[in-house]
Write a new protein. Sequence first.
Length: 171
Amino acid sequence: MLLIGIQGVRGYSNPVITVVSSFAVWIIFCLISTLSIADIIIENKSGEDEAPMEIKGAETIGFDHASRLLEEGAVFIDVRMERDWDVGRIKGAVHLDFKEDFFVLYISDMLNHNTPIVFYCNSPLSFRGAMASFFAVKWGYTNIYFFRDGYYRWLAEDMPVELKLAFNEEP
């Protein structure tokens, strides 16, 4: 059995812990792997090595819109790798590593499907935020935002972040 949980989503005081068999997780990832990139992208006017500008069913947003959504209480989900999350993140964000535990969004009923959700990763050079936005739309979430500029832009704008500094660690 695999134990999966989400904690710390703003506005939800009781974390949901869902127990799923390894087989169910395997089935979900088999389904995910059958999709092609053409199913995700409307039109990629960016370079080949950049995330698409638009995702079907999601709204791609810039820094100003992302900061307004944070003020309005949208749920920010960081889909970067654990090591990136550990170094720093947008203040109040929830972590669901896209390759490790993102599927919990599919099997969990913790978030109302109309909840505004903002997905982000490091920068436009990462596809994780785009993929997460696509799957959330496919799974029935209706208020999805893709913050394409990501964490590095947020950091550059001197917005609220949570940082793990090396000298704060216990020996």
